[in-house]
Ligand binder design. Structure first.
Ligand SMILES: CC(=O)SCCNC(=O)CCNC(=O)[C@H](O)C(C)(C)COP(=O)(O)OP(=O)(O)OC[C@H]1O[C@@H](n2cnc3c(N)ncnc32)[C@H](O)[C@@H]1OP(=O)(O)O
Ligand SMILES: O=C([O-])CC(=O)C(=O)O
Length: 370
């Protein structure tokens, strides 16, 4: 038995949800470029769950359902108020999503209908949780979601308590489309491993949030912003990045386990970053990002991944840095739950082996002799 470090190249499941073939990402066979330009996040979530794009009445139905489920149990809001104000926002989300299960009477109903309903419910409640936590820690009351509004609109509305700008809603909606699913990434794998024991959907999503939090995965978008803040201005980019590379440190937002020729989502976020920069009259973050890309790609051949330009996009949308990864979770909730449903449909326990590298033929030394 020989281990493959990081399971690189190992095909661990079959799936009909999303694919990465020759660097092209599709959801249910539709190219991400097409979806990014022509579909809303709710259409994409429907596509991931049901395997087809919704017609107008199906879409209206889903938006209605999301509106109905988006309100949080009062007990969970009370719990959010007890969290330390400075707690990590992904840790808060992880705990809060786990708590949702306590107030869902169907949490352990394993029928497909019940699990699909819970998938939609989790998708509806995650944005409300993120926005509510963000307000509560600032000493503000949470804002209730508006019925009939999209997730992108509602998230910005619940975060600020004000009618969001249409450009911001459109940009966030497109970012949600781009992050919705990604084959067997680490957090989706974590979700599938968890539910393959026939544990409940909340356990699966809680595991996934824990995996997404790390800076080698979803946490990279926040880490990119930390780096941009450390750099401070365009003129410092070159010396900062060169020093990091000389030191063999990783540049966050670059590289990918699967894409070696570039992440197809990054160009959409780069375009969005440029357009938002122009619109707000502040191109500095965009220009700094382009310069970083020039150096890192030039010297290391590494291309930006989905997390790189999303940092400047979200900052230009005036979203606090530590909500970037929770926003990733808002989007990926659709993919996680679609994969969980698929896992249940064709389940087998996921239990690989380990190559043992420890000592052999050891004996118990009596405690007095250790
Ligand atoms: C949504 C997402 O999860 S996208 C990924 C988000 N994560 C990041 O942006 C964090 C930065 N990137 C990375 O850490 C990696 O590229 C990963 C984790 C994404 C992929 O990693 P792996 O496939 O395991 O590649 P690994 O980490 O083994 O790197 C291979 C080589 O490239 C180098 N490398 C990879 N990424 C980077 C980077 N961002 N900056 C500098 N060097 C890098 C490594 O140092 C290593 O070099 P070596 O062979 O000289 O030791
Ligand atoms: O697929 C991966 O390894 C990480 C990634 O890009 C994602 O989850 O969107």
């Amino acid at each position: 038995m020989t281990a493959t470090k990081g399971l690189e190249g190992i095909v661990a499941t079959t799936s009909s949800i999303s694919s990465i073939i020759d660097g092209v990402l599709t959801y249910r066979g539709i190219d991400i470029d097409d979806l990014a330009e022509h579909a809303s996040f709710e259409e994409v979530a429907y596509l991931l769950w049901y395997g087809k794009l919704p017609n107008q009445s199906e879409l209206d139905g889903l938006i209605g359902q999301i509106g109905e489920y988006a309100v949080l149990p009062a007990q969970v809001i009370e719990q959010l108020k007890l969290f330390p104000k400075n707690t990590n926002s992904m840790a808060a989300l992880r705990t809060a999503v786990s708590s949702l299960a306590l107030y869902d009477e169907s949490a352990n109903d394993m029928s497909h209908e019940a699990n699909l309903k819970k998938a939609i419910k989790i998708q509806a409640q995650v944005p409300t949780l993120v926005a509510a936590f963000a307000r509560i820690r600032n000493g503000q009351e949470p804002v209730a979601p508006k019925k009939g509004a999209t997730i992108a609109y509602n998230f910005l509305y619940m975060l600020t308590g004000q009618e969001p700008d249409q450009v911001a809603v459109k940009a966030l909606d497109q970012a949600l489309v781009l992050h919705a699913d990604h084959e067997l990434n680490a957090s989706t794998f974590a979700a599938r491993v968890t539910v393959a024991t026939l544990s409940d959907i909340y356990s699966g999503v809680t595991s996934a949030i824990g995996a997404l939090k790390g800076p080698l995965h979803g946490g990279a978008n926040e880490a990119v912003m930390v780096m941009l803040e450390e750099i401070g201005s365009f003129d410092n980019v070159e010396s900062y990045i060169n020093a990091k590379l000389a030191n063999k440190e990783k540049i966050m937002g670059f590289g990918h386990r699967v894409y070696k020729g570039g992440d197809p989502r990054a160009k959409h976020l780069q375009k969005m970053s440029r357009e938002l920069g122009k619109l707000t009259g502040n191109m500095e973050l965009y220009e700094m990002s382009v310069k970083i890309e020039e150096i890192v790609t030039g010297q290391k051949g590494l291309k930006p991944n989905v997390d790189f330009y999303s940092a400047s996009v979200y900052t230009t949308l005036q979203i606090p840095r530590d909500l970037f990864t929770p926003i990733f979770a808002i989007s990926r909730a659709s993919g996680w739950t679609a994969h969980i449903l698929e896992q249940y449909e064709n389940n087998r326990l996921i239990r690989p082996r380990a190559e043992y590298t420890g000592p052999v033929d050891q004996k118990v030394t009596p405690i007095t002799q250790r």
